[in-house]
Design a binder for this molecule. Structure first.
Ligand code: ZN
Length: 244
């Protein structure tokens, strides 16, 4: 069966639409696995929740999802993120808020654990170093863990002897799921931060055990124009051009 793994949509409807079209091109998908931050930063929080809700999907809560419904203190956010979050909160319907409220922080699905940040701290921890990954392997039971939050596609691997290694997750290269435990980040749909502005997601084929990262161009200008119109911070607008 096929599964698409997406994270950090960040209210970027143009990016989400492009990714969903690309996923459909890859073949029938049983279920979409979403790793949180559906909203925040971008101009289309309601539209992204509405579109995602039409798909067969499961989703965990991200820090921006929780902040938008008042479940996280904005003092933890930088000023641009806090401003965007207050804007997001004003642009959600009651149904959107109910959807965000319904999101669990951890989902266990067959061989996978889904979280936004890390298995140790599902909402807040950025998992970007081998040392923190090594500790985090102790915080989930399944063989694989899927994370978002850093917006950087990457793979942490734990060998049988407990050693931990890190690698980039390059596009169009199939990663074979073997016996080792892995923590995987599929990159961000709506605000990539690995110097590639294209939307990022992963496609998993459970029959072959292969996971492949895909990068998808989308109409960045369309999203930026909406952000400018909504007076969202210019730094957030500009970074989409560069994927930073
Ligand atoms: Zn995010």
């Amino acid at each position: 069966m096929h599964y698409a793994i997406i994270a950090d949509i960040h209210a970027n409807l143009a990016a989400l639409v492009a990714v969903l079209v690309d996923i459909e091109r890859q073949g029938d998908v049983e279920e979409l696995w979403c790793l949180g931050d559906v909203v925040g930063y971008g101009p289309d929080p309601h539209e992204c929740i509405a579109l995602l809700s039409k798909t067969n999907h499961i989703c965990v809560a991200g820090n921006h999802d929780l902040a938008a419904i008042g479940r996280l203190d904005l003092s933890e956010f930088n000023p641009d993120a806090a401003l965007a979050c207050r804007w997001t909160a004003k642009n959600l319907t009651a149904a959107d808020k109910r959807y965000l409220q319904s999101l669990p922080r951890v989902i266990e699905k067959e061989d996978f654990t889904l979280v936004h940040g890390s298995p140790r701290e599902p909402v807040w921890e950025y998992l970007l170093s081998v040392s923190s990954a090594r500790e985090n392997f102790g915080y989930f039971k399944s063989q694989f863990c899927l994370i978002g939050h850093s917006h950087v596609p990457l793979v942490f691997k734990q060998s049988k002897h407990g050693a931990c290694s890190f690698s980039q997750f390059p596009p169009n290269t199939a990663l074979e799921l073997g016996k080792e435990r892995l923590i995987l980040n599929p990159g961000a749909v709506g605000q990539p931060r690995d110097n590639d502005p294209r939307a990022s997601y992963a496609f998993y084929d459970s029959d072959t055990g292969l996971v492949k990262l895909h990068r998808v161009p989308y109409d960045i200008n369309a999203t930026q124009a909406k952000m400018v119109k909504s007076n969202l911070p210019m730094r957030l607008v500009a970074r989409l051009s560069y994927g930073v």
